[in-house]
Design a protein around this ligand. Structure first.
Ligand code: PGA
Length: 247
């Protein structure tokens, strides 16, 4: 089944819970149609996780956008995976390029976060992706390969990896379908070579300027199991339209 994950980033006040409500309602058989089989998860800001999970978590899985490597302690302003799980989150995104860039998170830290999240019982989405300079230099696969080598736990059963070319995030630019298929194929081969059957089972999401009008084409590219959606996930209508296109 395809998986569409909305990443709200630092957007949304409590009023935005109505969008989660609308997504939950729209995912019902009447909304997407009985023949549409797709999972749809939402990662709002930390401030909304508990309310979203309590109100709608039975129909839309709610997750965090990051977690700390430690379970608790003197880390002012940070949130642990155990706290996310306690608030009702069932998954967490780690290694998003905005955190890798803004908070200087390296592969080792992303891996430590993934391990902390799994220890707390959360499903994990690990993000990877090259910058435009790296792609222009012909280094896209080398960069993503290095990120995969350094960011993943040793046990990848149930893991989700999101390929998000940095230059496609929030820009309206997307790679060609051939480029998406090539990178996802590269990631699949890399995962299978290292992890065998477990690597074959890792779900691979594409992220970066996914919209209702390009979702169906992107989801049809080879080895794409779903999408990580930023801007277009903020409105229930567009997230549902992407889910419908993906399903
Ligand atoms: P975008 O963001 O859909 O707004 O490009 C994707 C992401 O950063 O996850």
């Amino acid at each position: 089944m395809r998986l569409i994950v909305g990443n709200w980033k630092m957007n949304g006040l409590r009023a935005a819970l109505s969008e989660v409500d609308a997504v939950a309602a729209g995912l019902g058989a009447e909304g997407l149609g009985a023949d549409v089989a797709v999972e749809c998860w939402i990662a709002p800001s930390f401030t909304l996780v508990a309310a979203a999970a309590a109100g709608f978590g039975d129909r839309v899985r709610i997750g965090g956008q990051d977690c700390h490597v430690a379970a608790s302690g003197a880390h002012t302003g940070c949130v642990s995976a155990a706290q996310l799980a306690d608030a009702g989150a069932t998954f967490v995104i780690v290694g998003h390029s905005e955190r890798r860039a803004d908070q200087h998170e390296d592969d080792a830290m992303v891996r430590a976060k993934a391990l902390a999240a799994r220890a707390a019982g959360l499903e994990v989405i690990v993000c990877v992706g090259e910058t435009d300079a790296e792609r222009d230099a012909g280094a896209a696969e080398a960069v993503v390969g290095r990120q995969l080598a350094g960011s993943l736990p040793d046990d990848v059963a149930g893991l989700i990896v999101a390929y998000e070319p940095v230059w496609a995030i929030g820009t309206g630019r997307t790679p060609t379908l051939a480029d998406v298929a090539a990178m996802h194929g590269f990631m699949r081969r890399t995962l299978v070579a290292r992890f065998g059957a477990a690597g074959a089972g890792v779900r691979l999401l594409y992220g970066g300027s996914v919209k209702p009008d390009n979702a169906a084409a992107l989801m049809a590219a080879g080895d794409v199991d779903g999408a990580l959606v930023g801007g277009a996930s903020l409105q229930a209508a567009s997230l549902l339209a992407i889910a419908a296109a993906a399903g």
